[in-house]
Design a binder for this molecule. Structure first.
Ligand SMILES: C[S@@+](CC[C@H](N)C(=O)[O-])C[C@H]1O[C@@H](n2cnc3c(N)ncnc32)[C@H](O)[C@@H]1O
Length: 273
């Protein structure tokens, strides 16, 4: 067994699972006393319950390697699916140079992926990243810089409140992964989630469903901001399909569907103006 093999065994012995032990060793590439000490400190943080993603400070999302820390939600695989859905649904004949709004951008995962992957299809999109958290916007800005992506504006706003009114009717695609966990459900979830920003996960209840107020605001307010045939694609919680469809049917959309994620859970509203 090489030196790294012994370190993996040591970390497993300390209580880490094999996958995470290997991940940490590969990440720290321990060669000397200093890097081995850093690896052991990282393992201790993990054993104390911190998410691996914050400890190593970055995480893959589709083609991006996003920097992540306690200021932003750790991007989830469902949101990678949302990007795929948006690429498939975006009508590039109707919108050859789409304007995209990433509502609640966090690390920038969804919007930055779209910008990068559309560029690979020779589609030059413009991206507006909105978040109520200045911390999240700073992380998204730095991730854009890290990946050499431009043509992006970053706007501090509670959903549509502070958006420039001249954008009404001009946005071709709104993508959103808003908070959708109710305060009651949050109490029952894995404590590791407590390391992520509460405001990225937990939303107030609405009359339609628990934890639904942010999803509902986005659904009810999106249509006037969309261009003709513009699209809203929004993630929501497992228990929120009925509420999502009701809110979308009550808003001004011509075509509404709600799709499952790869695990078979109700997850994505696709609504066309
Ligand atoms: C579930 S996280 C999603 C982050 C990122 N889009 C992703 O998928 O990884 C929700 C994001 O919405 C932001 N947010 C929460 N309330 C908001 C509000 N009222 N207006 C704008 N953004 C908000 C949070 O700061 C957080 O970054």
């Amino acid at each position: 067994m090489g030196a790294n093999g012994y370190l993996v065994t040591e970390l497993i012995g300390a209580g880490l699972n094999r996958r995470e032990a290997r991940w940490l060793v590969e990440e720290f590439m321990p060669e000397d006393h200093e890097s081995i000490a850093a690896l052991r400190r990282a393992a201790l943080r993990r054993l104390n319950g911190e998410p691996l993603q914050y400890i190593i400070g970055h995480w893959p999302f589709r083609q991006l390697d996003l920097d992540v820390d306690e200021r932003v939600l750790i991007p989830r695989p469902e949101s990678e699916e949302l990007v795929g859905l948006a690429l498939a649904e975006l009508d590039s004949d109707a919108h050859p140079a789409p304007v995209i709004l990433d509502m609640g951008c966090g690390s920038g995962a969804i919007g930055l992926s779209l910008l990068m992957e559309l560029a690979q299809l020779n589609i030059a999109a413009t991206l507006i990243c909105v978040d109520v958290s200045q911390d999240a916007l700073a992380v998204a800005r730095s991730n854009a810089h890290k990946h050499g992506l431009d043509n992006i504006s970053f706007v501090a706003s509670s959903w549509f409140d502070a958006l420039d009114r001249s954008l009404r009717g001009t946005i071709d695609l709104i993508v959103a992964n808003p908070p959708y966990v109710s305060a009651t459900e949050f109490e029952t979830l894995d404590p590791v989630l407590r390391h992520e920003p509460l405001g990225a996960l937990v939303a107030e209840d609405s009359a339609l469903a628990a934890g639904f107020s942010d999803v509902e605001t986005i659904i009810r307010q999106s249509a006037p901001w969309l261009s003709p045939r513009g699209l809203l694609i929004c993630e929501h919680g497992n228990m929120q399909r009925d509420a999502t469809l009701q809110a979308a049917h009550e808003a001004q959309f011509t075509h509404v569907v709600d799709l499952d994620d790869l695990f078979g859970n109700p997850r994505f509203l696709v609504a066309r103006r």
